[in-house]
Design a protein around this ligand. Structure first.
Ligand SMILES: Cc1cc2nc3c(=O)[nH]c(=O)nc-3n(C[C@H](O)[C@H](O)[C@H](O)COP(=O)(O)O)c2cc1C
Length: 215
C-alpha cells in the first residue's frame, strides 16, 4: 500500500498515525485558568525534548469545530502546566479526565482526583500520580488553525517531584512506576514486559582520523 497523506481525510490520517506511532507515553496535563479553575486532561502526542534545559512537549489538537482544548487555552494564558505520570493505578481516572467538559469545569472534581499544590507553578499536581513535572511555557508552535488544527506546547521543567515510594535513590525503575502507553483505538500497553539492549560500542583504535576502517 502506498499513501499520500494529502489524499486522505484528516480522520484517516489520524487513525494511521495513532496505529503507527506506538506505544505513546501519556502526559496527564494539569493547568489552571486565569480565574483559578483547575483543568486536567491526557495527551499522548507527548515527548521529552532535551535535558538542557529539561523540557517536554505535548500536542493539543482543536476539535472538529475548531475549538481549542482547554489545556491549550490555559497554558497560553498562564504560561504554566504540570505533566503528571499516567500509570496502571490511575489509568481509569486518567481516562475519565479526557471527557470533553466545557471550559471552566474542573476534571479534578468530575473524576474525584486530589489536587496538591505545586511548588513553582500555579496549576496543582495530581496526588494519585507518583511523578510530576512542573513546567513554565517556553513556546507554542501552531501548525494549523481551525478544525483539527494542531499546536505543540513546549515547556521547561522547573521542578520535578517523585514519590519517595518509587524514588529508589534517583534510579527510577519502570517496574515501580508502572507507566502505561497509548496504542491504536482504545488500546493501552503496560510496560512490565520490557527487555534490555546494551548500546553498541565502537573500538576507535580500529579507525583512522577520518573515521574510516584501517583493518
Ligand atoms: C490517553 C489519551 C490520550 C490523548 N491524547 C491526546 C492528544 O495527544 N492530543 C489531543 O488533542 N487530545 C488527546 N486526547 C483527548 C483529550 O484528552 C480530550 O480532548 C480532552 O477533553 C481535552 O481536555 P481539555 O479541553 O480540558 O484540554 C487524549 C485522550 C486520551 C484518553
Amino acid at each position: 500500500m502506498e499513501l499520500d497523506p494529502e489524499s486522505l481525510p484528516v480522520r484517516e490520517r489520524y487513525a494511521l498515525m495513532i496505529a503507527s506511532i506506538l506505544p505513546r507515553p501519556i502526559a496527564w496535563v494539569s493547568t489552571i485558568s486565569p480565574e483559578g479553575i483547575t483543568n486536567l486532561a491526557p495527551f499522548s502526542f507527548f515527548t521529552g525534548i532535551t535535558a538542557n534545559p529539561m523540557s517536554v512537549c505535548f500536542a493539543p489538537v482543536n476539535n472538529r469545530e475548531g475549538v481549542p482544548k482547554d489545556s491549550l487555552v490555559n497554558a497560553k494564558a498562564t504560561k504554566q502546566f504540570v505533566v503528571n505520570l499516567a500509570n496502571e493505578d490511575n489509568a481509569e481516572k486518567m481516562n475519565e479526565t479526557s471527557a470533553a467538559w466545557p471550559y471552566g469545569v474542573s476534571e479534578f472534581e468530575k473524576a474525584g482526583l486530589t489536587p496538591v499544590p505545586s511548588l513553582r507553578v500555579k496549576p496543582p499536581r495530581v496526588k494519585e500520580s507518583p511523578l510530576h513535572m512542573e513546567c513554565e511555557l517556553l513556546q507554542i508552535v501552531t501548525l494549523s488553525e481551525g478544525p483539527l488544527g494542531g499546536h505543540l506546547v513546549i515547556g521547561k521543567v522547573v521542578h520535578f517531584h517523585c514519590d519517595d515510594a518509587v524514588w529508589n535513590k534517583g534510579k527510577l525503575r519502570h517496574q515501580d512506576l508502572k507507566a502505561i502507553g497509548r496504542m491504536e483505538g482504545m488500546w493501552y500497553a503496560k510496560t512490565q514486559d520490557a527487555f534490555e539492549l546494551p548500546r553498541p560500542e565502537i573500538d576507535m583504535t580500529m579507525c583512522d582520523k577520518l573515521g574510516k576502517e584501517t583493518k
